[in-house]
Write a protein that binds this ligand. Structure first.
Ligand SMILES: Cc1cc2nc3c(=O)[nH]c(=O)nc-3n(C[C@H](O)[C@H](O)[C@H](O)COP(=O)(O)O)c2cc1C
Length: 190
């Protein structure tokens, strides 16, 4: 079989479909769905979210310099899609989706309690790339639903049912295939 060659496009997948919260828990706040998000550095830990300037969330993040990346689950798929279809400029998406929130530990933004992992970020850099502005943030704290902390204190998200997004479609994360480094691990060694 041959390969079809296309012009350059945003085709890396799967990616998370995250709910990015911004603003202040007790004041002006918002939530939008973002698929253009991820980790960009380990030490110091940094993450990014790329947002179009026309989004309501954009001006809030620009003004406050904070955002939270809330990972999502299959159970949240409908709300995730909704928050990516409707703007918060005239609508309280938190109320509409029934999201319970608390203030972040290290930022003023709301954290969505049904999210298994919420990554609190402070903007270090905003790169205007074209259609999107990439907000690169220092990860200043992370909160995890206690259900996903195992007896050894490690994060175990196997039961969380994480949601993935690929080329315009939502997927439930599938079957586990191995642990980091399994391909080079000596047999019998733990
Ligand atoms: C699955 C999905 C992924 C999205 N990813 C992004 C993204 O990475 N960046 C962005 O600016 N908009 C993205 N959007 C669109 C925004 O979420 C959408 O325009 C939203 O209504 C903006 O909300 P706001 O105006 O309240 O900020 C995405 C939408 C969906 C459904």
């Amino acid at each position: 079989m041959g390969r079809t060659y296309l012009k350059g496009g945003a085709l890396i997948a799967p990616v998370p479909a995250a709910l990015v919260t911004c603003g202040t828990e007790d004041g002006k706040r918002n939530v939008l769905t973002a698929a253009w998000t991820g980790i960009v550095n380990t030490r110091p830990p940094m993450a990014y979210v790329s947002i179009r300037p026309e989004r309501h969330s954009y001006s809030i993040i620009k003004e406050t310099g904070e955002f939270v990346i809330n990972l999502t689950t299959s159970k949240m798929a409908r709300e995730v899609d909704f928050c990516g279809m409707k703007s918060g400029n005239k609508l309280d998406k938190f109320a509409k989706c029934g999201f319970e929130t608390v203030k972040g530990e290290n930022v003023s933004c709301p954290v969505i309690l049904s999210s298994p992992v919420s990554i609190e970020c402070k903007v270090r850099e905003a790169a205007e790339l074209g259609s999107h502005t990439m907000f690169i943030g220092d990860i200043v704290g992370v909160s995890v639903d206690e259900r996903y902390i195992d007896s050894k204190g490690k994060i175990n998200l196997q039961q969380a049912g994480l949601l993935a997004y690929a080329h315009g479609e939502y997927f439930a994360l599938g079957r586990k295939l191995g642990d980091f480094g399994f391909s080079v691990k000596k047999k019998g060694r733990k």
